[in-house]
Design a protein around this ligand. Structure first.
Ligand SMILES: CC(C)(COP(=O)(O)OP(=O)(O)OC[C@H]1O[C@@H](n2cnc3c(N)ncnc32)[C@H](O)[C@@H]1OP(=O)(O)O)[C@@H](O)C(=O)NCCC(=O)NCCS
Length: 162
């Protein structure tokens, strides 16, 4: 394998057909690219078809302009039994001005599926470097907080009068 199979990057030139009504890049287009990158990273790592279960922390903090080069840096942060968390850092580069901006980091949870369309175990990811260990620990924390949020929300929604 020419690249580490837990990481993947993709660079895309933002062209005029990707623009919204204000001339900046349409958020939905970035979402589609993010989903493609998450799919490619998780599916290559698992060696199986994967589906998107959830997406966390997509925030468009800075606009991306037509003409910029956008790079999606994806890595497997954590594996459960059948699920994987893919972290994606988005960097937008105005290469005329020589300015690169970190526009967003977000987290996709993907589930590997077998040929019968059932969730299927993935190879366990073991972080090795200090950065991988830090990302792994952060992913464990996010997983715990997601569960906590779901539990508390389910309780609160039952007792809230609308
Ligand atoms: C993803 C999907 C297969 C999970 O189905 P399921 O019946 O819940 O399957 P399981 O109970 O075996 O769970 C599979 C994994 O998803 C995780 N999961 C399922 N529901 C979850 C939830 N609400 N929150 C967090 N994790 C969840 C489980 O923890 C498990 O991960 P693990 O094996 O690493 O512990 C199912 O929800 C699905 O098909 N969703 C649609 C996916 C799709 O079409 N995506 C594209 C959107 S257009």
């Amino acid at each position: 394998m020419p690249f580490p199979n837990h990481e993947l990057s993709m660079t895309v030139l933002m062209t005029p057909d990707m623009a919204n009504f204000s001339g900046k890049v349409h958020g939905g287009h970035i979402l589609k690219l993010l989903d493609q990158v998450a799919y490619a990273c998780a599916s290559r790592y698992a060696g199986m078809y994967v589906v998107t279960l959830s997406v966390d922390r997509v925030q468009f903090l800075q606009p991306i302009r037509v003409g910029e080069l956008v790079t999606f840096l994806a890595s497997i942060n954590h594996t459960g039994t059948t699920s994987l968390e893919v972290g994606i850092k988005v960097v937008s580069e105005d290469f005329h001005k020589g300015v690169a901006t970190h526009t967003n980091s977000c987290f996709f949870t993907m589930v590997a599926m077998n040929e019968e369309g059932k969730p299927s175990p993935v190879p366990q990811y073991v972080p090795e470097t200090p950065l991988q260990k830090k990302r792994h620990a952060a992913a464990v924390l996010r997983k715990k907080l997601r569960r906590q949020f779901d539990d508390e929300y389910a309780k609160a929604i039952q007792t809230t009068a609308f």
